[in-house]
Every structure is written in C-alpha cells, then in structure tokens.
Design a protein around this ligand. Structure first.
Ligand code: IPD
Length: 258
C-alpha cells in the first residue's frame, strides 16, 4: 500500500502542474469522445516506474499501455493514471489516480488519489478503508428515497444510451438525487466515504473501478455486477452501495433494464 500511495502522490504532483497549463498539453482521441493527453501518458510512465522499482516481477493492466506480463503471474497492478480525463482537460478539478492490486485474480488493495484536494483514499483487504488518516464507513441511510446516487452517463458514440435512460428514469423516481462527477474511481471513493449511498455504471473498464471496489468493500459496502455477481471487471457493469441499499438498487436497475 505504501508503494501504491507513493506512486499516486508522485504522479499527482505532475498532474497538478499540468492541470495549471492544460491548454499546452497534446491531446488525441482513442475513440469517439474518448481523449488521451500527454499528461495521462506521463503519469502512467511515472506510476509504472515507481511500482516496478518496488516490485519488479508484478504484471500490469494499464489504461494507456494495456496488459504487460510480469514474471510473477499471481500479482497484477491495475492502473488508470487519470480517471476523469475529460474533467481534467476541461479544467474541472475532479479527477484521480487509480491503482488497484490483484493477487490470484482477487483485488487486495486500492488507492484513489485526488491530487487537487490532496485526498488519498486507500484500502487493503481486511484492514479497512481510509481517507488520508480517517477511517471510512459507508452511509447508514436505509431508504432509497433518502439516498443520493452517482453514475456515469454514456457519451457520444458509447453504446447503451437507451438502457441508461431507462435506468436513470427509474432511479430518479425513487431517490433523493443523482450526481455525475466524471470519475468512476471517485464515485466509488465517495460511496466508501458515505458521501453518496450508491453508484452504478455500465461499460466501465477494469482500471476505472479496481481500486474503488476495494475501498467500498473495506468500508462495509457491497459491490456486484447487475446480476448481483462479482464479475464487474469482466462485464464492465457495476453496482456499489451500502449494505442496506445494494440489493434494492440491483433489483431496481434490473427491472428498469427489462
Ligand atoms: C471515465 C470516467 C467516467 C466514466 C467513464 C470512464 P477515463 O474514465 O471514469 O466517470 O463515466 O465511463 O471512461 O476515461 O476518464 O479514465
């Protein structure tokens, strides 16, 4: 965890500098409305170098660099250097470094670092979740009508827009509010911190959610795919919520999707 936190902080320092001069960055498109900047690439290089220095044999799954095999087949870092690239490029300060660690296919540690607010969310399996030095607990609200949820809205060119409208309509009708922050890693961190009661999204990538999954579980929450199973990294579907609301949210979304 210390290695992960160090790597996230180091990459975050460069990101804060780049955020101040965002207009000077080189930006290209990976797909329709899917951007990558020189800041993403630089941050990924820093994180990879820091993690490799400490654990040379571990493999990687990197947002920009893809799968990189290591000699140690049990351990894999799952890294999104800037989760919330669109926010970053628009001067919106909500973006985060996300680093998860998997051992034999199980997520065992996660770090989500929001550099602008210097908020370091971290968790290790069995040891609890923290924001800086404060222990996190999911929200204790039990009723959907008192709950605030977060989600991701599919952008131009991304599949699933019709289904998303159905889900949003159902959730809007049952809850106190829906937020869209623009970083799945922070959405999960906010659920872990009890700021929001739940989060759902489809078509999400493993690097966006790996670290956040550990945060939610270690703060007493539940995370699953839309079938209530644990295949979030494979399906790209995720529902995270406090223990009281998770099953209610899964049923609501399933009903809405038809
Ligand atoms: C995006 C963010 C966003 C989510 C998108 C992701 P990126 O990640 O997490 O909140 O709605 O699905 O692609 O591209 O900024 O790393």
């Amino acid at each position: 965890l210390n290695v992960m936190m160090g790597a996230a902080r180091k990459a975050g320092r460069g990101m804060v500098r780049d955020f101040g001069e965002v207009e000077k960055l080189q930006v290209s498109m990976k797909g329709t409305s899917d951007f990558v900047s020189s800041a993403d690439l630089k941050a990924e290089k820093t994180i990879r170098a820091e993690l490799s220095k400490a654990r040379p044999a571990f493999g990687f799954l990197l947002e920009e660099g893809g799968e990189v095999g290591g000699d140690d087949k049990s351990h894999r870092w799952i890294v999104d250097p800037i989760d919330g690239t669109t926010n970053f490029l628009h001067g919106i300060p909500q973006f985060a470094v996300s680093i998860g660690l998997e051992r034999d296919g199980e997520l065992i540690a996660g770090v989500v670092y929001e550099p602008i607010s210097d908020s370091l969310f971290h968790a290790e399996k069995g040891a609890g979740a923290y924001l800086n030095e404060w222990r996190l607990r999911v929200s204790a609200r039990r009723k959907l009508e008192e709950s605030v949820l977060t989600t991701g809205i599919p952008h131009r060119g991304r599949p699933g827009q019709d289904v998303f409208i159905k889900e949003l309509t159902a959730v809007m009708q049952e809850t106190a509010g829906v937020r869209r922050f623009g970083s799945a890693a922070l959405d999960l961190a906010y659920v872990a911190a009890g700021r929001c009661e739940g989060y759902w999204e489809s078509g999400i990538k493993p690097w966006d959610i790996a670290a956040g999954i550990v945060l939610v579980k270690e703060s007493g929450g539940y995370v699953s795919d839309f079938d209530g199973k644990g295949d979030m990294l494979a399906t790209g579907d995720i529902v995270a919520a406090n223990d009281q609301l998770h099953s209610k949210l899964v049923s609501l979304l399933r009903k809405a999707r038809g």
